[in-house]
Design a protein around this ligand. Structure first.
Ligand SMILES: [Zn+2]
Length: 424
């Protein structure tokens, strides 16, 4: 991805650094050739060359670009889970995914970690974004997901004769798990996404307390993935599935819904980031009836929401790491609403706006393994920066409205926001 050349100065805004440190009023940020050279009080800013471009934050907020830590670029706002693998061919899903990444960037998400993709689309989207063909977040790709045969993502009975090869690699036993990981290695992914447990979406066969992979299989996935330098994550709701994942050496936990004291201790001991993705649950409850979700499914989502919110609170309070991302791409929580996750964590989970932003920026960069170059507005890092109208620490829901972005920058280049609109 190209970075800016020359100097840009952002002035007249409150700086939220992203580390959780107190905001800096009347701040200046100096960007030189795409890197942050100075970020701090305007009074101490270095002298700026006259040719520098300037961005006036108009008394608003200057903050790090948001990081979506559980992103499904290829989920095309599906109305039913089954639509994922049968509704459209890969060609059309690829085009839809291209629109989704552009939208994500416009919504202030300058980086994203894929939480699973149809086919190998996210790997090539990443390539297209890195080559500046398509605007979008910097992506960490995961390609197809791995699930045990008969597990959550294996919903087509055999008589339908529908393969699931675009969506998941279905495995039986450790040998097939190793083979599946090696296939993903060749595909070029960075993360291996697995399904250790079920979900409220599948109340009959694979509900949120069901295990879909054995420890032995999960351990084989981790050993093989780590050998090739890949990281592993998994959809973990049931307590035993969470513990299996931690024991197997998973690098992050998606959801981490039902933790007990032992699971909490294990999370803290290993400092494993957890990405709860909770707004999805609220959306499923509130809008489920519209989309024909059964009462059993909705009740399961309520139990998941309550359990997940309590777990997230306990983890953060105990000093653990929470990443924010939200399973957007279903009809009831479509792409473009990503920042509702942040508002939800402030209003319903009880995080402060500053804690929430730190989770959505610094911790996101740590999950990506790119904390040395992304996630905070500090000297030496890439200038992936948002300039936002208004005080997001006072009202975090401002971030839900992309019309409030003055600038969305990647590497010092304005890619979206009011400054991208043609004048007049
Ligand atoms: Zn997901």
């Amino acid at each position: 991805m190209k970075t800016a050349t020359g100097c840009t100065v952002i002035t007249n805004g409150t700086l939220v650094i992203g580390t959780g440190a107190a905001a800096v009023p009347d701040a200046t940020v100096v960007i030189q050739d795409g890197l942050i050279e100075y970020a701090g009080p305007a009074k101490q800013a270095p002298l700026i060359e006259r040719s520098a471009a300037t961005i006036n934050a108009r008394g608003g907020t200057i903050m790090p670009g948001l990081i979506e830590a559980h992103f499904h670029p290829t989920y095309f706002n599906i109305e039913a889970l089954e639509d994922l693998d049968i509704k459209y061919p890969v060609e059309y899903v690829t085009l839809l995914a291209g629109c989704n990444v552009k939208l994500a960037l416009e919504c202030g998400y300058t980086s994203a970690r894929s939480g699973g993709s149809l086919f190998n689309i996210d790997v090539w989207l990443k390539q297209a974004i890195e080559n500046d063909l398509v605007p979008g977040p910097r992506i960490a790709a995961s390609g197809r997901e791995i699930c045990g045969v008969g597990g959550l993502m294996d919903w087509n009975p055999d008589f339908r004769k529908i393969g699931m090869e675009g969506l998941v690699l279905l495995i039986n036993g450790a040998d097939e798990a190793r083979a599946a990981v090696r296939k993903l290695v060749k595909d070029g992914v960075e993360w291996v996404k697995t399904y250790p447990t079920g979900d409220a979406a599948s109340p009959d066969l694979n509900d949120h307390h069901t295990l879909c992979m054995t420890f032995e299989v999960m351990h084989a996935v981790v050993k093989t993935a780590h050998n090739h330098g890949l990281k592993v994550t998994g959809h973990c709701r049931a307590t035993e599935g969470i513990k299996n994942a931690l024991r197997a050496g998973y690098d992050t936990l998606e959801h981490g819904t039902f933790i007990d004291d032992e699971a909490l201790d294990m999370i803290l001991e290993r400092n494993t980031p957890v990405i709860p993705a909770l707004y999805f649950e609220l959306a499923s409850i509130e809008r489920g009836p519209e989309f024909g979700l059964s009462q059993r499914v909705i009740d399961g989502h309520q139990e998941t929401l309550d359990g997940g919110a309590e777990s997230a609170r306990r983890i953060l309070k105990a000093g653990g790491r929470i990443g924010l991302g939200g399973d957007y791409g279903f009809g009831w929580n479509p792409h473009g609403q990503y920042a509702r996750e942040l508002t939800f964590f402030v209003k319903h989970v009880g995080f402060t706006p500053m804690e929430t932003i730190t989770c959505a920026t610094k911790t996101g960069a740590e999950i990506l393994g790119r904390e040395h170059e992304l996630g905070t507005v500090e000297a030496g890092k890439l200038a992936d920066i948002l300039v936002v109208e208004g005080d997001v620490l006072h009202d975090i829901s401002i971030l839900e409205d992309r019309n409030r972005f003055i600038a969305v920058m990647q590497g010092g280049i304005v890619k979206a926001g009011q400054l991208m609109r043609p004048a007049g």
